[in-house]
Design a protein around this ligand. Structure first.
Ligand code: FRU
Length: 501
């Protein structure tokens, strides 16, 4: 155990950051200082700012002993980096500070709840990470770990649960003054579950109930979040090792949203619907925060574990966060849209109305790699709907990423085969949408190395990493089989000065 792990990480980050080339970073998506990042952690509003921590291994672009990196923002777009907040430097977390969450205590301290891990072996020699829950208190920059850590360990897991896979506490404080949290776990039967605990002081916790468990969805549920949204109760979880289910869930790790009711007296959660949160290749471990004006904003790691080894060589950074998204309920469904604060960064509009589109065509002013582009498409003739409508972005002679809408089957396909990845990874995703006679609105946010697609004002979202050289910046439109009529609204996204995030 290295008692100086925090100081070392802070020093290392400061020394290395100047070597990270500016173009490796996104403009307005949060990246780590240097090295590797994964899950967002501790997304919280504290003393007038939004704090976001993240799983961080500054020393290489590979996952390693986890630290918590730290950044703050006033508007979800412009981030400021703060010194590393947690390092694996105590008995309870000597091999890593895994994911967790944060809140402001009534006495003004910032509470962090996280998973401490120790490398261990099962009797048969299989290596495992033993997982316990720990707390730390701080002032928004420096954090002291509670000397009584862990506050929960394997003994606190019910008989039917796993004493090894027990991680990612998500804490909140209820109106009755009690702290409650949900923790991701696995049942003895080998499928995912979410356990709830409560405490009067955030130090002494007791088991309440299993909020949900599901044999149909993977083997372990990571990174739960549990919150109310416009009268609905939402549980999001990340099941590991799933088999695909139609076009809703793909193989591997997924992010799943369970909507339903929650009885605060009995702590019973009754689920009514289960859906994917994002239909792209790169979206994992989301967390939400409630803003002072009562919006629910979600952020996620813009990656996928299975393809996280596939990245250009000689990079200084690996991993970035999604654009924060506002959640709301429309017609009984949760919708997600980029935070409204993004609008302040939009410049140079290029606006077109009622443009007939057939053969592949480009329009003056509609291009770029840091853009906010909304395309509304309808058939020119409702009796003869086009077979495909395609939008190609990040395009040159050699590269393109293609978004293809097929009304006949009610599907959208995003194909990043030619986006610059020199690896045989998943490059194509299809997902179902309601065809609605060929009309559709698509909003596309590009930020250097990513594409986030929002369908019909946020009814569905799909997120993709791309590794296309920045000079491939053309955008084109094409309707096959019959003409389409399109409205286009494009903005460049700009900052006064480089972000350094
Ligand atoms: C999810 C996850 C969490 C864990 C963390 C470790 O991506 O596996 O369950 O806390 O990453 O970095």
């Amino acid at each position: 155990m290295n008692a100086n792990a925090l100081r070392d990480a802070r020093d290392y980050e400061e020394k290395q950051m100047p070597f990270v080339p500016e173009e490796e970073r996104a403009l307005f998506h949060l990246t780590g200082g240097t090295g590797w990042i994964n899950d967002p952690n501790g997304f919280s509003y504290y003393k007038g700012e939004y704090h976001l921590f993240y799983q961080y291994h500054p020393y290489s672009t590979e996952w390693g002993p986890m630290h918590w990196g730290h950044a703050v923002t006033g508007d979800f777009i412009r981030w400021k980096r703060l010194p590393v907040a947690l390092a694996p430097d105590t008995e309870a977390d000597k091999d890593g500070c895994f994911s967790g969450s944060a809140l402001e205590m009534p006495d003004g301290r910032h509470l962090l709840v996280y998973t401490g891990v120790t490398a261990d072996r099962l009797e048969d020699g299989t290596p495992i990470f033993r997982q316990v829950q720990c707390v730390a208190f701080g002032d928004g920059v420096d954090y002291q770990k509670y000397e009584g850590n862990p506050v929960l360990d394997g003994q606190d897991v019910p008989e039917s649960g796993s004493r090894i896979d027990f991680r990612d506490p998500r804490v909140w404080r209820d109106d009755d003054g009690m702290y409650r949290m949900v923790v991701g776990s696995r049942t003895a039967g080998g499928y995912g579950s979410v356990l709830m605990y409560e405490s009067g002081d955030a130090l002494h916790w007791r088991y309440v109930t299993a909020i949900d468990a599901g044999s149909r969805y993977g083997q372990m549920w990571e990174c739960p979040d549990f919150f109310r949204l416009d009268g609905m109760q939402i549980l999001t979880v990340c099941p590991q090792r799933m088999l695909p289910q139609g076009l809703e869930f793909h193989a591997g790790n997924n992010v799943m949203m369970l909507t339903g009711d929650y009885d605060r007296q009995t702590h019973r959660f009754t689920k009514q619907a289960v859906r994917a949160v994002d239909y792209g290749t790169d979206f994992y471990a989301p967390q939400t925060v409630e803003t002072p004006d009562k919006r629910r904003v979600m952020i996620a790691w813009m990656q996928n574990w299975d393809t996280s080894h596939a990245r250009p060589q000689n990079m200084h950074l690996f991993g970035e966060m999604t654009l924060p998204r506002e959640l709301s309920v429309r017609n009984g469904r949760v919708v997600q849209n980029p935070v409204r604060e993004l609008a302040a960064y939009r410049k140079d509009p290029a606006v077109y109305r009622n443009i007939p589109v057939g053969q592949e065509t480009s329009l003056p002013g509609v291009n770029g790699r840091a853009i906010d582009l909304t395309v509304t498409v309808r058939p020119a003739d409702t009796e003869r709907v086009f077979r495909y409508f395609r939008i190609r972005v990040a395009k040159s002679d050699k590269y393109e990423t293609c978004i293809r809408y097929k009304p006949e089957t009610g599907t959208i396909r995003v194909d990043r085969t030619r986006s610059g990845f020199p690896y045989d990874i998943v490059n194509v995703r299809d997902f179902p949408i309601d065809p609605r006679g060929g009309e559709i609105r698509l909003r596309i946010i590009l930020d250097r190395h990513s594409l986030e697609l929002f369908v019909r004002d946020g009814e569905q979202a799909a997120t993709f990493k791309i590794h296309t050289p920045q000079d491939a910046d053309a955008v084109s439109f094409e309707a096959e089989g019959a003409e389409a009529i399109v409205d286009i609204e494009k903005y460049g996204l700009y900052f006064g000065q480089p972000q350094g995030v």
